[in-house]
Design a protein around this ligand. Sequence first.
Ligand SMILES: Cc1cc2nc3c(=O)[nH]c(=O)nc-3n(C[C@H](O)[C@H](O)[C@H](O)COP(=O)(O)OP(=O)(O)OC[C@H]3O[C@@H](n4cnc5c(N)ncnc54)[C@H](O)[C@@H]3O)c2cc1C
Length: 406
Amino acid sequence: MRSLPPRMMDLLYHEMILPEETVEVRKKVREFAIKEVAPRAHEIAHQEESTDTFPRDIFEKMAKEELFKIPFPKEYGGLGLKYPTCATVVTIEELAYISNSIAAVYDVHCILCGHAIMYGSDFIRNKYLKPMTEGNLIGCFATTEPEASSDLSSHSVKTVARKSGNKYIVNGHKRFITNAAVANHVTVLVNLEGKLSELVIELDSPGCTVGDPDKKMGNRGQLTSDIYFDNVEVPEENLISEQGNGLRVALGTLTYGRVGIAASGVGMAQSAFDECVEYMKNREAFGKKISQFQYWQFKLAERAIQIENSRNLYTKAALRIDQGFEFPEPEAAGAKYYGTECAGDMARDAVQIFGGYGFMRTLAHDHSTYKVEEIFRDYKIAEIYEGTNEIQKMIISRAIFGRDNL
Ligand SMILES: Cc1cc2nc3c(=O)[nH]c(=O)nc-3n(C[C@H](O)[C@H](O)[C@H](O)COP(=O)(O)OP(=O)(O)OC[C@H]3O[C@@H](n4cnc5c(N)ncnc54)[C@H](O)[C@@H]3O)c2cc1C
């Protein structure tokens, strides 16, 4: 296993905002990620996707460490923290620092599926959420379809449900669904009589099929698959919230989710930054260390402040959720677009700083590997999923001008 570089966050970032409770969670998750995720991170990032490559060992260890309990109240199996959102997104940053695939698996299980279920009845929370916090059930979340994702209006969503007695009958097709290949249930946005609703569907229901995992550029430990629904019967008690309230459930969940994705961007940016600092202090050109070239000093200075700002932004968005704001805008959208762009800027610089080595998956000569290559592939999806960065800018524009002036 490659050794990890010194944590520059400890030197440069002075924690003044997050509660002590969250700082403790960060410490615990950091230790966990170094001990349990780091030894597997390279393999997870480079393997070809298949159902067998789901990082089940890490998933089980996260459950044992009670990481899935962090976001939730005690009565549904959670830790009952005072600032659960802050703790959840800090967990994602720390996981993403080591492996963005693992951060994504955690994000979808806990934030997307778990948070959507929190909109549901006690029955749904007890049946699905409690075992999820123990790691005994795996969850996924489906809004995206072949023809709809950024636009989730009722005329775009083609997965339909109709009521038949005390059941819903579901037909349709969802795409890119993280964890679906291994999950037990999915929260699904459906079109019910022209209005959007959200259902929990068990994936072993007759008529429900999950496709093979997609082969992706990065985040190879995050398995995505299509889900097909062919006359799937869903008990009426599996409706989340009320009929017609599905878009609110989906958007409320995705708003929380985008704060998590912002944190994953910060984790990846910090990881690439730390790799660069160490490399620049050791690699020489023209008789000087790379760290002695002012061009690269200034680049790192810019990125250090970008990371600082990104971390502050996601922290502020998380604190607003913990204060009870369901749609903490413009902070959540701002944190997502800024934090993931920060990861992209840092990943591009990092590969450049490493020169040819930054392009290597494995160097044949000595089998050495380079984390920045992995981050360069993994960061890109953060600018796309859970609302593309263009959609985030639309949300910020709405806050500036008001819906009526757009
Ligand atoms: C690895 C991975 C994991 C995923 N996991 C999940 C999951 O678990 N569950 C799930 O439901 N989905 C998931 N997705 C889907 C993901 O959320 C969508 O891919 C994303 O929201 C973008 O949707 P789209 O691909 O349909 O792009 P489109 O909506 O077709 O957009 C295409 C381009 O047009 C731009 N665009 C669209 N509208 C506007 C506008 N009004 N103004 C300016 N530009 C615009 C977009 O920003 C984008 O650049 C995942 C995708 C991937 C690749």
